[in-house]
Design a protein around this ligand. Structure first.
Ligand code: HEM
Length: 243
């Protein structure tokens, strides 16, 4: 918190003291936190999706890739250190993203003098309306997903030395409900990403109808591309293309 003296305020020979927020806690600062953490999370999603697609190159190649993840940075960094640094950065990014979103939403609500009489008219797009619950669903999915494919506790095979086998066991045809659950979660990620990326592109690009159309198209391409890449893996296992 900063204390400033407001010399422009009407006063009779007095210095009026006002409170201003530190830059990071201002609305603009919080939106920057949302954008920077969002970009980090999207970068992770792109790299993770590309890594998952290596499943199409066969078991040896995929397992080799998964083991290599633990060796990134060696010998400069000890075994698995890079992975733990990445996990720490991602966790901090997720927490900061949620805190900034919650504070911004509370401020927006507090700034409204009265509740909207015609709520429906000002509700915005489907993606915009589902941001909060979408975020909660994604968080719950990631917790389940880590227990499934990272620690193996919820995986039918759960063999850390054979990630390919874990994925194949996970999405086996008789476990179609797991594929269904993953599909719902990935589509939720897609909607969340479409709105988040659209907001970011719109802020960065030209503030014109053309700029807005481009931002909308760019966000849609990103969201659909990521959804398709992620869904390819469970559906390839479900249909027997990968076994
Ligand atoms: C069908 C789609 C997906 C598949 C097949 C998949 C596969 C995997 C696998 C095999 C691992 C374990 C990697 C290892 O420890 O060697 C993993 C870890 C992980 N996945 Fe996914 N994933 C998918 C979708 C997602 C999505 C949509 C998200 C985020 C919203 C996500 C976030 C993570 C995270 C945070 C980890 C933990 C990484 C770590 O150990 O540090 N995954 N995934």
């Amino acid at each position: 918190m900063h204390w400033t003296t407001d010399r422009s305020a009407p006063s009779v020979g007095l210095v009026v003291i006002t409170r201003t927020r530190s830059p990071i806690r201002s609305n603009v600062g919080l939106k920057a936190v949302m954008a920077v953490t969002g970009i980090l999370l999207v970068l992770f999603l792109i790299v993770h999706m590309l890594g998952n697609l290596k499943i199409f190159t066969g078991e040896t190649s995929f397992d080799h890739y998964a083991h290599w993840l633990r060796d990134i940075g060696t010998p400069l960094l000890p075994h698995t250190w890079y992975l733990w640094i990445q996990r720490t950065v991602l966790t901090v990014a997720v927490v900061a993203h949620i805190v900034a979103a919650t504070v911004l939403a509370r401020r927006a609500r507090a700034a409204r003098p009265v509740k909207y009489a015609h709520r429906k008219k000002v509700r915005g797009s489907y993606a915009a309306r589902t941001m909060r619950w979408g975020g909660v669903i994604i968080l719950l999915f990631v917790i389940y997903h880590i227990l499934d494919l990272t620690t193996g506790h919820l995986n039918p095979q759960g063999d850390a030395s054979n990630p390919y086998g874990n994925v194949v066991a996970d999405f086996a045809p008789e476990r179609w409900y797991v594929t269904l659950f993953y599909t719902l979660a990935i589509v939720t990620v897609g909607f969340h990403l479409r709105h988040g990326a659209f907001s970011a592109f719109r802020s960065l690009g030209q503030q014109t109808p053309r700029g807005e159309r481009r931002a909308r198209a760019g966000a849609l391409v990103l969201a659909v591309g990521l959804c398709a890449g992620y869904l390819a893996v469970p559906f390839a296992v479900l249909t027997g293309l990968v076994s």
